[in-house]
Design a protein around this ligand. Structure first.
Ligand SMILES: [Fe+2]
Ligand SMILES: [Fe+2]
Length: 277
């Protein structure tokens, strides 16, 4: 069965004492077979926290971008400059221009220019564009695009592909990571723009119905309406993971409701938290 692996939150909106917090997300995942960085945060929190936690980003072999939003891709130039052989895995849609438009305020949320330049400079041999499920090792894989099956989930915000707001952005590039451990599946999400329940159900399908041990990441329930929250809670109760770690864009009220419904197994994430599976 799978070798032990360690998962550490490197960047999150919350952080342990001595670490930097920012609106962003990054995880470090390491086992005997692979050293993987999942997302890179927004600014320089990644560098600071990695140093404080004794994680050498130069050792990154696999760099995964969950989707092309600025708060997951800001550390890209830094990581690519340090990890000279790292291979990047992401959906080709990450490079699209994209905007959040609220009350006529248009905010660009696409990958920032330094990260785009770093992507442009990366030789094609070091990029694997992910358009379908990918197995990284026997016990690690990426979903690729996640089918949108539920009728109560949406991308989670007023997202558009143009600043005029005429083309809704379904965030088709959103992908998640799964890890097979002795305790069951460990699922790592960036922002879950495909919907948390869609993500969990699809990963379970890809893994022959293996039970879900842990779910960690941004659940993007910050704008969720009542029905979506209720049905998400019901689905989590049914899938019954042992550990649920809402991070980043989950939203304070959603975290409180997750705790009410699912109890102590819900532990809000913060940079510096780490688990061995
Ligand atoms: Fe995000
Ligand atoms: Fe996002």
């Amino acid at each position: 069965m799978a070798a032990k692996l360690r998962l550490t939150i490197l960047v999150d909106n919350l952080a342990a004492a001595g670490l930097a917090a920012e609106h962003g997300l990054a995880f470090w995942i390491e086992n005997e077979a692979r050293r993987l960085l999942f997302d890179t945060g927004q600014t320089d929190a990644l560098q600071h926290n990695a140093r404080q936690l004794g994680i050498d980003l130069a050792r990154t072999e696999t760099l995964v971008l969950s989707h092309g939003h600025y708060d997951h891709t800001g550390g890209l130039p830094l990581v690519l400059s340090q990890a000279r052989d790292a291979r990047l895995f992401a959906h080709p849609g990450i490079v699209q221009p994209r905007y959040s438009i609220e009350k006529e305020t248009v905010r660009p949320i696409h990958i920032r220019r330094p990260a785009m330049l770093a992507l442009d400079r990366l030789p094609p041999s070091r990029i694997q564009w992910v358009t379908q499920p990918v197995t990284l090792t026997t016990d690690m894989g990426l979903t690729g695009p996640i089918p949108r099956e539920t009728d109560f989930e949406d991308p989670g915000g007023p997202f558009f592909l143009d600043p005029a707001g005429t083309r809704p952005d379904p965030v088709d590039d959103d992908l998640a990571l799964w890890l097979r451990t002795e305790q069951g599946l460990v699922i790592v999400a960036g922002c879950a723009h495909a919907g948390l329940v869609n993500t969990l159900q699809y990963i379970q399908q890809l893994n022959d119905g293996l039970p879900i041990h842990a779910v960690i990441g941004g659940f993007h329930l910050v704008n969720a309406h009542r029905e979506r929250l209720d049905r998400t809670l019901a689905a989590l109760q049914q899938l019954n993971p042992d550990l649920i770690v809402p991070c980043h864009c989950t939203g304070e009220s959603a975290v409180a409701q997750l705790r009410d419904a699912l109890g102590d197994r819900v532990t809000p994430g913060a940079a510096g938290m780490s688990w061995q599976f």
